[in-house]
Design a protein around this ligand. Structure first.
Ligand code: ATP
Ligand code: MG
Ligand code: MG
Length: 553
């Protein structure tokens, strides 16, 4: 978006409207992030957040968080809270939080004005008739219906009736009188208002008519003096109607510019589809780690910086990018690589008895939390006669390209100065599976350096360590194909083995200390962020607002 910024707002508007706009903004870049509160934000939204907040911040401007709440049927309170929390989690603080519903009165008055200017009419066709008159499925001839040319006074009267609830949903709509000859379907007399009888979470049952996206979006951008209305490419055809409506109503017209959507392969992001997955029990909830909603990524442990770093490498061209999910995961892994401590865990424990240690032997092993980042510190773990290793790290058949444990073979244990050698093993007579390995600790200094080091956890009977994990969940890709959204039945594409549950894993004792520390850090950080936001709000309320951009990351 480097070349986009031209101070002074949209050049294609009347000078007096521009003057008013400039008086309000002082020539700053004002943007908005306008989610519909009908679902949780997903990885695609992080690009929109990055562009909307990032572009304004780059130019020292301001960004609104505007809930586009014009469809009471799909909205829920929990979505509002989660959206704000997610925006903040990504490190951005909205300059103001607004709602399209804040402007219902102004919008209604402009709808009346639209009819008075003979640029809008109440249409009593059925939805099927409207569809057919717009050319239908087969793009047949478009034609105006008889309501298009009815007297202004009739439309005004019917619009009033719509407002008073005298029409049922679908019986009457307010349409814009645009251009049926246009090559652009977004100019074929779009619907501006419809009758909906669901109560609205903010305005209750005050309204029986609600404005559509096409009517609301440009006008609220205008009311809020947005200088750059940034949106995704599927709105490129809507730009003509956006401009048309501002022009016929003679209000300030922001400039719309489009950027490419971000899609990730191997998953679905549509709210409707995710809702179905949740409702039908394929996944636990919207934050199930197999999803690419932002709350799911957060729950999986992805830091916001990794997401921003991913989005920033994508660029803001207008092409829609379908990014391989492996590329996202690689970025996350690189980001975490040098910042995250590593602990020992054994998912499927196999008992190892070290024959040359005393029954009550305990020594303390101090091992680094990260092999290459000493600043992360060390963890101290007990080392005892009985330890557990991953059952996959032992096999009966040795081979040349195998470096872990087998009868007669020597392997290293992470953090332990001396390796162990398997001297024998015991099997369960019923199943003939190996249930215990007997090993010798090589402390003579003569054993050669092992080719591999494996994970282990000690049994430390008196103090009850190690930590026993009731349930470890391993998440795999939720869909079998790369493009489930395109398959006719995406539910049939679900990978039945996407969740693997392992019971009885063991974790090193340092986990709790570390988890507590990380938890404390996270709480401290979040508290600091909230306090900062509150303070900024206070400053604004007291009228001493400065122009500092709110992006903090
Ligand atoms: P959905 O189709 O999942 O319902 P939406 O586009 O309706 O998503 P909104 O909540 O209306 O979602 O979107 C808020 C903002 O985020 C809009 O400006 C929209 O263009 C942008 N956005 C939504 N999805 C993506 C995406 N995949 N990539 C980039 N921006 C997106
Ligand atoms: Mg939308
Ligand atoms: Mg949508």
């Amino acid at each position: 978006l480097g070349g986009l910024h031209k101070p002074g707002g949209n050049p294609q508007i009347k000078p007096e409207l521009r003057e008013k706009h400039l008086a309000a903004t002082g020539g700053q870049v004002w943007t908005r992030f306008p989610p519909e509160p009908n679902g949780y934000l997903h990885i695609g939204h992080s690009k929109a957040i990055f562009v909307d907040f990032g572009y304004a911040a780059h130019h020292g401007g301001k960004t609104y968080l505007r809930y586009d709440d014009t469809n009471p049927e799909a909205e829920e309170g929990r979505y509002f809270e989660s959206i704000l929390e997610t925006v903040r989690w990504l490190g951005y603080e909205p300059w103001k939080i607004t709602y399209s519903s804040d402007y219902f009165d102004q919008l209604y008055n402009l709808a009346v004005e639209l009819i008075k200017r003979d640029k809008g009419y109440v249409c009593l066709c059925t939805p099927e008739e409207i569809h057919a008159n717009r050319g239908g499925e087969k793009s047949l001839t478009r034609k105006a219906c008889l309501h298009r040319t009815r007297p202004v006074a009739d439309s005004l009267a019917d619009f009033q009736k719509m407002k008073e609830g005298e029409f049922a949903p679908g019986e009457a709509v307010l349409r814009m009188k645009q251009d049926l000859e246009s090559g652009n379907p977004q100019m074929w007399d779009l619907i501006a208002y419809r009758v909906l009888l669901s109560p609205h979470h903010r305005t209750g049952d005050r309204w029986k008519v609600y404005p559509t996206y096409d009517f609301t979006h440009c006008l609220v951008d205008s009311f809020e003096n947005i200088s750059h209305s940034l949106c995704t490419v599927e709105f490129v055809l809507s730009r003509e109607s956006y401009d048309w409506l501002c022009d016929v109503l003679e209000v300030y017209k922001p400039r719309q510019s489009e950027f490419g959507r971000l899609n990730v392969t191997g998953t679905v992001m549509s709210k409707r589809k995710i809702l179905k997955l949740v409702k039908e029990g394929y996944i636990r909830d919207w934050d199930d780690p197999r999803l690419y909603t932002l709350i799911a990524l957060r729950r999986r442990g992805v830091p916001p910086g990794a997401i921003l770093s991913f989005v920033s490498t994508l660029g803001v061209s207008t092409s829609t990018t379908a990014i391989q999910v492996t590329r996202l995961e690689q970025t996350i892994r690189q980001y975490l690589e040098n910042s995250v401590p590593r602990l020992l865990m054994v998912l499927r424990p196999l008992k190892v008895t070290i024959e040359n240690l005393e029954e009550d032997h305990i020594s303390i092993v101090e091992k680094p939390l990260h092999p290459k980042v000493p600043e992360l510190g060390n963890s101290k773990v007990p080392f005892t006669k009985t330890i557990y290793i991953e059952s996959e790290d032992f096999r009966l058949e040795d081979s040349k390209d195998y470096f872990r444990l087998a009868p007669g073979k020597t392997v290293g244990l992470f953090g332990v100065p001396h390796p162990i050698t398997c001297t024998s093993y015991k099997t369960d007579p019923a199943t003939s599976t190996v249930v215990e390995v007997i090993a010798r600790l090589e402390n003579s200094g003569q054993a050669k350096k092992p080719k591999a080091f494996i994970q282990w956890v000690a049994e430390h009977a008196p103090s009850g360590s190690p930590i026993r994990v009731d349930e470890a969940r391993i998440f795999h890709q939720l869909f079998k194909s790369d493009n489930p959204a395109a398959s006719p039945d995406y539910l049939a594409d679900i990978n039945p083995d996407s969740l693997e549950v392992v019971k009885g894993a063991l974790l090193e004792t340092g986990f709790l200390t570390l988890a507590k520390k990380l938890w404390r850090d996270a709480i401290a950080e979040s508290t600091a962020r909230t306090e900062k936001a509150l303070k900024e709000n206070e400053t604004r309320v007291n009228g001493t607002d400065d122009d500092t951009p709110r992006a903090t990351s």
